[in-house]
Ligand binder design. Structure first.
Ligand SMILES: *Cc1c(COP(=O)(O)O)cnc(C)c1O
Length: 634
């Protein structure tokens, strides 16, 4: 028996580093959620059981709203502590950029949790603006409007001003300013204006294009001066309230922030010298998440803590304002990823295993076997030892290559090839097992583990639920939600159920760094194996697409409750797409389809090809499938 402790499971999956204290392992080996330090742990397996009893099948998104609330509190408290400690004179006036997760319930929860801090919202498009107008009703909280704007967008913003809201229109492009001035005269409303600067520092990582002369957004220095002059002409210079920049998302290196704050603070104080009484300094988004738990400046990690980030902004800005004798502005940040990433996860069930090895194929000796089979058999019969494993390995690979050529020339049969390949994989497995005992594994063999690793086929679509893993190689933690008190005795990669070879997860967080396979348990007959995909709350929830017509997932919203025996309750269930739902978005008419199928079936019934009873059954079945979930039934 292998002794296996929770601590080892925790290290294998790096849970405490990426989990921010929200995830843990129970003594029974189940993954649990701790919404806050005082809260009872919530067992994810129990949430799934309760979901199921309420008719929600897998795959599903589980949202822990307490985590959202807790993240909103954390960021606000961190700023207020550092501001106090630094004797900084401004306040923190954060906003949540809704593009990161626009789900109404998510926005409502953040607004509610942020009320006591006057936490606001940010929008970057007309539809987003429509939502923040309706939801950010706190007159003390600001609303920041970014993105490209047409007259409707600007007019909606002025409507918000008329309602007494602190709505700040950030000018991304110079041409927006004359349009805004015209409209504000027309409606007789004074706007609150922000200027977005094009930052010249070199950002690092995936979003490096957000800065530099060719950045898509922001005003160049000359445009910024022209903007101030134009406002002066109109006698509205006092409407310029905010300076904004955004240097990209998931900034992994703290140095990038330091440089941005320095450049931003300089522009800010210069604008002050041009006579703009700016009230807000908006440092944008970028606060990253340690997806891989490595605490490094790699793309999926961050080399700083929340407090370090906050301190760099507060102290950096204070220093330059003090030198320049400019009053300390209120500080705005637009953190979306950091607030939402942890609160949601995707649960999927393993439906099958795809292996390269076929242990059950019959390889017994026949008369007149082809030489290639004989050769492979010989390798198979050798006892693997320190002095010959390399030779067996090389030889077996060569015979397999020759086999493929022989097969393509029509020299050997499909059956011969199957025998050779079966023997080949058995040899490779033997070598792998042997190499595990070696102190030093030659480089050529180190890949063997991954070559032999099966794929666990999971009931979900990477394109719907982990878009960034497919698009930009974003790492997301993947962890079995049970059996964590058992040593994982296998390695696998994850395949989804789309008909797309890109539909895989082949990059995992491991105690040894990033690996192409993850540690997993052997599947048991009659026991379901559930895997969680974590940190999907930022962007993944809303960027997923309908590849293969796999639609949106079922969702459950969970709240912690210390008085509940299980420590939680499901507050809301949102059903995912049905087949007819996704078909409708592609212009199909499911009712028409059902009628057409019914006619076709009636025809074969009337021709006497099938009995009426069966005909009715087929029609009902087709209609049932139309109204069912798009994923595999379980
Ligand atoms: C996307 C975006 C954000 C959010 O960035 P995160 O890194 O997710 O916090 C903030 N501000 C602007 C202008 C954005 O475009």
């Amino acid at each position: 028996m292998n002794e296996w402790t929770r601590e080892e499971a925790e290290k294998t999956y790096n849970i405490s580093t990426w989990g921010e204290g929200y995830f843990d392992i129970s003594p029974e080996g189940d993954l649990v959620v701790k919404p806050s330090p005082e809260a009872k742990s919530i067992n994810i397996r129990e949430v799934v059981e309760e979901m199921r009893s309420q008719g929600v099948s897998l795959p599903a998104v589980i949202r822990f709203h307490d985590i959202l609330r807790s993240q909103v509190r954390k960021i606000n408290q961190s700023f207020s502590e550092v501001i106090k400690e630094a004797n900084y004179n401004g306040k923190y006036c954060g906003v949540y950029p809704v593009k990161v997760n626009q789900m109404r319930e998510v926005v409502e929860e953040i607004v509610d949790a942020g009320e006591e801090f006057n936490f606001g919202l940010e929008a970057g498009s007309k539809p987003e603006l429509l939502s923040v107008l309706a939801y950010n009703t706190n007159p003390e909280a600001i609303t920041v409007l970014n993105g490209y704007k047409d007259e409707d967008y600007l007019s909606l913003a002025l409507l918000g001003r008329q309602l007494g809201r602190k709505i700040i229109i950030v000018i991304e492009k110079f041409s927006e300013l004359p349009k805004l001035l015209k409209l504000s005269q027309e409606y007789q409303v004074k706007p609150l204006i922000g200027l977005r600067g094009k930052m010249s520092l070199k950002s690092r990582g995936r979003w490096a294009k957000s800065t530099g002369d060719r950045a898509k957004f922001g005003l160049s220095t000359s445009e910024m001066i022209r903007a101030v002059e134009l406002m002066e002409e109109y006698g509205l210079k006092d409407c310029i309230k905010l300076f904004h920049f955004h240097i990209g998302s998931q900034i992994s290196d703290i140095r990038t922030f330091k440089e941005a704050i320095t450049e931003g603070a300089r522009v800010f104080t210069q604008l002050h010298k041009l006579g703009c009484q700016l009230e807000y300094f908006d440092a944008g988004g970028g606060l990253g998440i340690d997806y891989d738990g490595s605490r490094s400046s790699s793309d999926s990690s961050v080399n700083y803590t929340l407090n370090e980030y906050v301190a760099d902004i507060v102290y950096g800005l204070k220093q330059i304002c003090d030198i320049e004798n400019v009053p300390h502005p209120n500080i705005v940040t637009e953190s979306g990823r950091a607030i939402t990433a942890h609160h949601s996860l995707v649960i999927t069930n393993v439906v099958d295993k795809i292996s390269v090895t076929q242990p059950n194929f019959d390889t017994k000796v026949n008369d007149n076997e082809h030489m290639l089979i004989k050769n492979m058999r010989e390798m198979h019969s050798w006892v693997i030892g320190e002095d010959n494993f390399q030779e067996i390995y090389n030889e077996a690979i060569q015979i397999k290559e020759q086999t493929l050529s022989a097969f393509n020339l029509g020299v050997i049969s499909l059956k011969d090839r199957a025998v050779i390949e079966t023997l080949y994989w058995q040899i490779m497995e033997g070598i792998m097992n042997f190499s595990e005992m070696l102190e030093f594994v030659p480089e050529s063999l180190s890949e063997l583990d991954n070559k032999l690793a099966p794929q666990y086929l999971c009931n979900f679509s990477v394109f719907q639920s982990a878009a960034d893993h497919w698009a930009i190689d974003q790492l997301l933690p993947v962890v079995p939600i049970s059996r964590l008190n058992e040593k994982p005795d296998a390695n696998c990669s994850i395949a989804d159920i789309t008909c797309d070879s890109d539909g895989i997860i082949g990059k995992f967080i491991n105690r040894d760094g990033i690996t192409p396979t993850m540690a997993i348990h052997h599947l048991k007959e009659d026991e379901e194996y559930l895997v969680g995909l974590f940190l999907t709350g930022a962007y993944q929830d809303v960027m997923g697409d309908m590849h293969n017509l796999f639609g949106r997932l079922h969702e459950v919203h969970v709240y912690g409750d210390n008085d509940d025996p299980q420590g939680f309750y499901i507050e809301e269930i949102i059903k995912g797409n049905t087949a007819s739902g996704v078909l409708s978005t592609m212009q199909y008419n499911p009712e028409y389809m059902a009628q057409k199928m019914k006619k076709n079936v009636s025809k074969i019934v009337s021709e006497g090809k099938i009995p009426p009873r069966l005909g009715v059954k087929w029609v009902d079945f087709y209609e049932d499938c139309l109204t069912s979930y798009t994923y595999l039934k379980n």
